[in-house]
Write a protein that binds this ligand. Structure first.
Ligand code: GLU
Length: 313
């Protein structure tokens, strides 16, 4: 990495360019509690493998991680693949690994493809992953929170208001879960799977914590702060590959083109990413572009990748 002063200057330039872009975006409001997010908030954090942090803006303000949780749910499922026979076959026969090219909550593809979601980063895929977690974890909700706390190195909380609000606005995800169930691709009760899903989406984390929590994926699956193996290097690489190809809604091609890093977005305006062997990172700005990615976040990642030469492609 460049020296600390230079990185601080780059972050300031990136924030100056990206922050004003937020005014062209729209804060998600289909989950009522998300609508009250302050559109002016902006945070950007990079964490190196040795724990050095580079930050600018509102990096210590918590926000609901929403779909960023899909990365961690997949990691938990991959842990089961690592530890028990037959789980890999179960997992990859029930969910694919191709970009969807459709909105994250689309029902159309699921109907056409007979209940096999395209990938674990869209809602239908995450619901199947949650179903698998319920089978293989004693308490799937607790396991997700435990994993995130291990990676963030701090206790975390659920945003109860967001949780309740999403439970009251579940119509589309409920339809999706029922469709999956009808195709035989949910083994547990629809309500239990959805509860798990909404719980993971409502975990509240800061930009700084998320940048830290991503690092193990940049470090061959080993948590750099403690040396604890979270995933084998082979499976960590696979999670990153799915992020690169499927992590940013139906703009994953644009992201690969303009940023060139494995990333995952959430509708509360967070985007996490990794630079293999170098960084965990997170940017947060609530207003979204039409694909559902944080608008200022997308611009910030592009500027950052260009200036620090981070792209892996
Ligand atoms: N809880 C959100 C939903 O299911 C997550 C969407 C997202 O962040 O992409 O609609």
């Amino acid at each position: 990495m460049r020296d600390d002063v230079e990185i601080t200057e780059v972050l300031a330039e990136v924030a100056d360019i990206a922050r004003p872009q937020a005014s062209d975006g729209r804060v998600a409001d289909y989950i009522p509690a998300l609508a009250s997010a302050d559109p002016g908030r902006f945070g950007l954090a990079l964490t190196e493998m040795d724990g050095t942090e580079h930050t600018i803006g509102d990096v210590d303000e918590p926000f609901p991680i929403q779909s960023i949780s899909k990365v961690f749910s997949l990691v938990l499922a991959m842990q089961k693949v690592d530890r028990a026979e037959g789980v890999a076959e179960e997992l990859w026969s029930r969910v694919g690994r191709e970009p969807s090219g459709d909105p994250f909550n689309s029902l159309v593809q699921l109907e056409k493809e007979r209940g096999i979601p395209r990938n674990p980063m869209i809602n239908a895929g995450a619901l199947v992953i949650d179903d698998i977690l319920i089978t293989h974890c004693e308490d799937a909700k607790r396991s997700t929170l435990d994993l995130l706390e291990t990676l963030a190195g701090e206790p975390l909380e659920i945003d109860q208001e967001v949780y309740d609000s999403e439970q009251g606005a579940l119509h589309r995800n409920l339809a999706m879960a029922n469709l999956l169930k009808d195709f035989g691709n949910l083994h547990h009760a629809v309500d239990a799977v959805l509860d798990n899903y909404v719980h993971a989406c409502a975990v509240s984390m800061t930009t700084r914590q998320l940048a830290r929590a991503m690092r193990f994926l940049a470090n061959g699956g080993v948590e750099p702060a403690t040396g604890e193996p979270i995933l084998s290097p082979e499976l960590a690489k696979r999670v990153a590959a799915i992020m690169l190809t499927c992590g940013t809604y139906d703009a994953a091609g644009e992201f690969a083109f303009n940023v060139g890093l494995p990333c995952k977005s959430g509708v509360a305006g967070g985007i996490v990413g990794i630079v293999p062997r170098r960084l965990g990172l997170c940017v947060w700005s609530p207003p979204l572009d039409p694909s559902g990615n944080s608008l200022a976040g997308r611009v910030a990642l592009h500027e950052l990748a260009e200036r620090l030469d981070l792209s892996i492609v």
